[in-house]
Design a protein around this ligand. Sequence first.
Ligand code: NAD
Length: 372
Amino acid sequence: LTVGVVAETAPGERRVALVPKLAERLAGRGLRVVVEPGAGSRAGLPDELYTAAGAELGSGAESSGGDAGDPRRSDIVLTVTPPSEEDIARLAAGTVLIGFLDPLAAPERVQALDRAGIVALAVESIPRISRAQAMDALSSQANVSGYRAALLAAQLSPRFFPMLTTAAGTVPPATVLVLGAGVAGLQALATAKRLGAQATGYDVRPEVAEQVRSVGAQWLDLGIEAIGDGGYARELTDDERAEQQRRLTEAIGGFDVVITTALVPGRTAPTLVTAGAVRGMRPGSVIVDLAGATGGNCELTEPGEDVDVGGVTISSPLNLPAGMPLHASELYARNLVELIELLVDSEGRFAIDPADEIVAGACVAGRPEEVA
Ligand code: NAD
């Protein structure tokens, strides 16, 4: 079997779906790995590292000596970002495509993959059961986002994060509030704390209070709980939302930095920071909103932009993992290789069990039972 690794084409994307040391692991399993030239270069992984790891380079251009052909014609094709229409047109029927496919936000792409006969495994749809933990790409990339969100906030803030006692005076620590304490939120809290800030976390899932405290942050209890399916947060009712916004507006004015990460799968992001709450913040305060792609957690967020509202900076980065591509790619590649190892036997042949909870959950298009 061949595993193809394509060079990402989405603007600003610097990650790659497979890193050399994991290409070596696949090759050790009897799989042939074909990497598009330059696929890893923006993550600091030149082609030579892939060939030294046993992979071949394949450009998809007219095959000439030493060109292994189009990685898109492989049995398994790995990607970070979802394929465009043109990308889908270059895939062969029966290909197993693995990557972020954004099935909830872009059902038309899933339909196009299905029409093209692609067996599409969306990493977002892998069930979050213990057996699938090592394949959890949402978590691995959310960890990077949370870390970088705290660094971005520190960089945008006109204040130090740590307390400093110097000959020129004493500086108090910055106060950082993180709204949504899932994987990204907890990492943002831990990072802000490591930078010396006073960190506080908030969520509608009360069980995360302990996790927030375990990273050295305080827990903000607003008395609103909203737990839905699979342990995820549910959408709040209109009354709950109004009450949450009112209580958060009171709390937010006391913080120098607010980092928001609140998501409800398949829904637009909840508004946690209203325009009124922004007006109540001191000039020089910073909001980093990680939910911009689904509308933002702040009413005044402009997705992908930095805006200044009365001296408050609101930043909405859309792809923080792409800014830390080496480790983001390493973690992501590890997730994918774990999934591939579920699909392939020790001799490097497909051994897909369509009834497996992980396969069934991840498969958003095509029929895995037809993959020989
Ligand atoms: P997420 O990215 O979907 O959401 C981020 C956070 O926002 C969540 O903690 C959520 O509770 C919170 N949130 C949503 N609406 C909110 C609101 N109105 N106000 C405040 N906060 C709100 O979540 P995630 O980080 O991907 O993970 C969430 C869940 O998945 C957790 O239960 C986590 O423990 C679980 N999880 C399980 C596994 C596993 O077992 N393999 C792995 C990772 C995560």
